[in-house]
Design a protein. Structure first.
Length: 281
């Protein structure tokens, strides 16, 4: 009896309990056994590819992808348009670039002068001993200025005469409107075209072989009388890709003459607004 007890092998403590993961792993069939069971064995790379393809795309991911595509397309279009807009300046001559910079400086200076004038008027009103009389004088002067802008008062001063000969009939209303807008941006204070006064509400439209300005038909040659600083007005028309070059591409002949005295005498009737009333009391 004692001898049989000595022959018993002691239980290995490491084999008493195995973790559940180890037990589960031990129960999984080996690759050879999987093949015997009819299931092909897959390598790690094959299992990774099978998990990634076909892709599982949710609705939210699809919406985000579409938005990102639209954003990228918009940025590409913006970059392309900026490149097209800058190409004219990159190909411009040095004197043309200097002229454009001078025009921008002149516009900035005009705004500064206007600001300074308003500040001076305020100072005069504050310091005048007879504020009522000073206010009356400024009101009369402002009325004259507004009359010039509204076209109800004749005006004269330095400026230019822009003449466009359109023998081919290729100049359209939008081209003349571009010329007006460019002149306004360059500081034009009074404009008339072939006897029609141009004001803030002026409109142009094509009309057969000519153009209508506020309903009045005009024909070539189109003659603009413009009051303003000639040193600003003429360069504004001659910038690369500007009014003059555009009209010359349409085979029109364009001439710009400076003058120390331009008379703008075409008048518009003072119209009383139907609904708008002054809010001052």
């Amino acid at each position: 009896m004692s001898k049989s007890n000595e022959d018993e092998v002691p239980e290995n403590p490491l084999r008493r309990e195995l973790p559940a993961e180890v037990s589960a792993a031990a129960e999984e069939p080996e690759p050879e056994k999987a093949e015997e069971n009819g299931e092909p064995s897959l390598s790690g790379r094959q299992r990774l590819g099978k998990g990634l393809w076909p892709p599982r795309v949710s609705r939210a991911q699809l919406i985000v992808a579409v938005l990102l595509f639209g954003l990228g397309f918009g940025l590409a279009v913006q970059v392309a348009s900026n490149s097209d807009g800058d190409s004219a300046l990159r190909g411009a001559r040095q004197e043309d670039l200097v002229r454009i910079l001078d025009e921008l400086d002149n516009r900035t200076q005009r705004l500064e002068d206007e600001k300074q004038g308003l500040e001076d008027q305020r100072t005069e009103l504050e310091n005048s001993s007879d504020q009522a009389e000073e206010a009356r004088k400024q009101t009369v002067e402002k009325e004259k200025q507004l009359g010039i802008l509204a076209g109800t008062v004749a005006a004269q001063g330095p400026g230019i005469t822009l003449t466009i000969d359109d023998t081919k009939g290729t100049v359209k209303a939008d081209m003349l409107l571009d010329a007006i807008q460019e002149l306004r941006a360059a500081g034009a204070e009074a404009i008339q075209v072939n006897g029609v006064r141009v004001v803030a509400g002026t409109y142009l439209a094509d009309s057969g072989s000519g153009v209508k300005v506020d309903g009045n038909k005009i024909t070539q040659p189109y003659r603009f009388k413009v009051i303003g600083k000639p040193q600003d007005l003429e360069p504004a028309l001659n910038i690369p890709g500007g009014v003059v070059q555009t009209l010359e591409k349409e085979q029109a002949t364009v001439t710009v003459d400076r003058s120390t005295k331009i008379v703008v005498d075409a008048l518009r009737p003072a119209e009383r607004p139907d609904y708008a009333r002054s809010s001052s009391r």
